[in-house]
Design a protein around this ligand. Structure first.
Ligand code: HEC
Ligand code: HEC
Length: 296
């Protein structure tokens, strides 16, 4: 569980206060209209459900399982409870793709840290993961919605943030990979895109907002055996007992884990993005989007 604990840590350290009451309002998407109330799908609105591209039947089952198995500690809307963290702003949950990061926690629990091992089947775990993805989707879009007047920021300040505090220029270039990004997306979509580039919990299947997951965002792993032989490729799955991947020739490899053997190195190109999400101020979000919009 070492890896999970490491990536989970920033969720606790970086929880920035937010001026938006995420629980209070549900935005309507794609136009004006009265805010709609959450329906009975475990607090999942129809808009968030549709946008998330999760299977509604799985989400429905997941919401019920969540209510009985998890809500007591993590709160009815997964926004945290006494002693249990907010899952909607958890880096681990936000950065999850297809349950790769969440499922190990649900298989094993974290008994040492106050989360008992839930007694769930793999398909129940998948259902809860689907429900959690809809929650983070709704939250991300609520943030976006509150700033839907996206082009009111100051592009100059956004540029300064991009090249300064935000360190965006260490990975991106406005004349390289981000060239013309302001023409490729509408401002609203552009904002979601830089806030959560993994683009969706269903990432592999086309992702959020219809943008396919790009090869640059794939989580990879290198497994090195005691003999020195090593295998690298996109991570398929990891938990305390196993790690599996597909190598460059498409061959599938699965290894049993025993403590630190074999040695495992995980690389998530979007880890920085997930961590930054909790750190942006409202002004940063305004300004950076206003700047990106100018990159025609
Ligand atoms: C008895 C209380 C309790 C119950 C029940 C419980 N959890 Fe937890 N959960 C916790 C605590 C405490 C932590 C923080 C553990 C830590 O610090 O590593 C946690 C951590 C997590 C994390 C990791 C979050 C992160 O950012 O690292 C996930 C995901 C999670 N729980 C999901 C669930 C789900 C889904 C259920 C229901 C199947 C559930 N939990 C049931 C107490 C609980
Ligand atoms: C540690 C490296 C890193 C940092 C720092 C970083 N990004 Fe990214 N960013 C990535 C990766 C990797 C992707 C995924 C690229 C892809 O999918 O093609 C990405 C994707 C994006 C995208 C979507 C690009 C597209 O074509 O859809 C935008 C926009 C973006 N980042 C903006 C930012 C901004 C703004 C910042 C600073 C606040 C930032 N990034 C900081 C690594 C980084």
């Amino acid at each position: 569980m070492r890896y999970l604990q490491r990536i989970a840590l920033p969720a606790v350290l970086l929880l920035a206060p937010t001026p938006i009451d995420l629980g209070a309002q549900e935005p309507t998407f794609g136009g004006a209209g009265p805010a709609r109330a959450a329906n009975d799908r475990g607090g999942v609105s129809a808009a968030a459900l549709a946008g998330s591209k999760e299977d509604p039947v799985a989400v429905d089952r997941g919401g019920k399982l969540y209510a009985t198995n998890c809500a007591g500690c993590h709160g009815a809307g997964a926004r945290g409870g006494v002693g249990a963290p907010d899952l909607v702003r958890s880096v681990l949950v936000l950065d999850d793709e297809k349950g790769i990061l969440i499922a190990p926690v649900l298989r094993d629990g974290r008994p040492d840290q106050g989360m008992p091992r839930p007694n769930l089947t793999e398909s129940q775990i998948a259902d809860i993961v689907a429900w959690l993805h809809v929650q983070t989707y709704a939250a991300g879009h609520r943030t976006t919605y509150a700033f839907q007047d996206v082009v009111t920021g100051d592009p100059k300040k956004g540029e300064a943030y991009f090249n300064g505090t935000g360190n965006c220029n260490t990975c991106h270039s406005v004349t390289g990979d981000l060239k013309g990004i302001g023409s490729r997306y509408e401002p609203f979509a552009l904002q979601s895109r830089w806030l959560q580039p993994r683009g969706g919990r269903g990432g592999g299947r086309g992702g959020r907002g219809g943008v396919a997951a790009s090869p640059r965002s794939i989580i990879t792993v290198t497994v090195t055996l005691p003999s020195g032989q090593s295998f690298s490729g996109p991570l398929d799955r990891i938990d305390d007992f196993n790690v599996s991947l597909r190598d460059s020739s498409g061959d599938y490899h699965s290894f049993a884990r025993d403590g630190a053997v074999p040695s495992i190195e995980i690389h998530d190109p979007l880890k920085a993005h997930a961590e930054m999400l909790a750190r942006y101020t409202d002004a940063d979000i305004h300004n950076v989007t206003a700047f990106l919009v100018t990159l025609k």
